[in-house]
Design a protein around this ligand. Sequence first.
Ligand SMILES: Cc1cc2nc3c(=O)[nH]c(=O)nc-3n(C[C@H](O)[C@H](O)[C@H](O)COP(=O)(O)OP(=O)(O)OC[C@H]3O[C@@H](n4cnc5c(N)ncnc54)[C@H](O)[C@@H]3O)c2cc1C
Ligand code: HEM
Length: 363
Amino acid sequence: PLSMSETPSYVQIVKDTAHVVAPKANDITAVFYPKMLTNNPEVFKYFNKTNQRSGRQPTALAAAVVAYAQNIDNLGALTDAVTLMAHKHCALGIQAEDYGVVHKNLMEAVAEVLGLDGNGDVAKGWSEAVLALAGVLINAEKELYASAEARRGGWRGKRMFEVDEVVNEARDVVSVYLKPQDGKDTPEFTPGQYITLVENPSKDVLFAPRHYTISCRPSDAKDRLRITVKLLRGPTSSVEDGIMSSFVNKLKAGNVVALHPPFGVASIPYAPPPAGEDGGAVVFLTAGIGITTSVALAGLEIESGRRKAIFVHGDRSFESHPLAKEIAATGCPCLFAYSAADGAAAATGLPATVTVEAGARLT
Ligand SMILES: Cc1cc2nc3c(=O)[nH]c(=O)nc-3n(C[C@H](O)[C@H](O)[C@H](O)COP(=O)(O)OP(=O)(O)OC[C@H]3O[C@@H](n4cnc5c(N)ncnc54)[C@H](O)[C@@H]3O)c2cc1C
Ligand code: HEM
């Protein structure tokens, strides 16, 4: 719950200075990450270096702190954002004690960028605010870890899964079927959730785990989970291919891998239609490997019959289009648009519900 029983004085300080701090948020996080890497390299076992390179995570943290400051009188507005962060953090296995490291380095960065006295009221006010936000996240994550463990087939931390089968789905894409090595239940999950693969195929000891959407419906996951993974090739020959996706594409039946439980908040809002009206349709607009989330989410619509599912998918060609036949076989209306002029050449034997377009301009 994001309510405060009393209004601490830091709230006033944060309100009074938010307009100064907000425009500096990106500068602060840009100082914060290198600082944390120097002071506490161990926490970089959580951070995906590819995302660091793209600058995505610095922006996300900055945005969250600013959003917190701007909503400090109305923290209820942040509930969805807190839930999203908690799922991401739990998927990575982040622990309450890691927050101390983030807080310390972040506050040093704030003082440095704003030229503040680290012991002054403004620095203390922001320190309290970040601690309060950390407290909210720590509580949310504690509950989420407990519920991931309490679910049928749930667990906490790592659990070993054996590769039961590997299926080639498309060029550079495989599906890997995973069954619990302990012979017990597969985990309950909601469509659109992802597991986290906690393996380190790299030379870097601080290699972050990677997330993979469970690419099947819960009803098809009674004995084994399916993930569908695209090998991310290097943009040029001098850059190595994606590390985890290469590892997954080389897995064989009998190999054993460690997973964190399913987390994630993907869902499509649904409200029952007024009596006598149908539920309308959901259009699943996907490209490339992004199709994995739709397979599970659309399953919910198809199995319940509550709404029509329509698939629109863009890819280079039918050969590179994962799960195309499986989606076509649902009998739902489909538009498969391929950018290559001969992209539809292999798209034969599809039901009449599928429209195929080659040479499509995908932007
Ligand atoms: C919630 C969620 C769900 C996901 N679900 C799926 C899914 O269902 N299926 C799926 O396949 N993926 C999925 N992903 C993506 C997945 O988690 C990984 O990010 C993906 O497999 C790439 O990881 P990697 O270790 O192979 O690549 P990385 O090693 O992180 O490399 C990524 C890319 O960067 C390139 N690269 C590396 N170094 C450089 C450099 N110096 N300069 C330029 N480029 C460089 C690599 O060649 C590669 O193309 C999901 C991600 C999230 C967050
Ligand atoms: C007050 C404290 C924190 C805030 C406000 C915060 C905020 C965020 C936000 C907004 C995201 C993006 C979520 C998404 O879009 O999926 C994120 C992701 C992440 N957070 Fe935090 N976080 C905090 C603490 C921590 C701590 C303590 C750690 C670990 C030391 C951590 C590690 C990460 C990692 C590794 C990611 C994923 C980054 C990636 O994309 O690779 N965070 N956090």
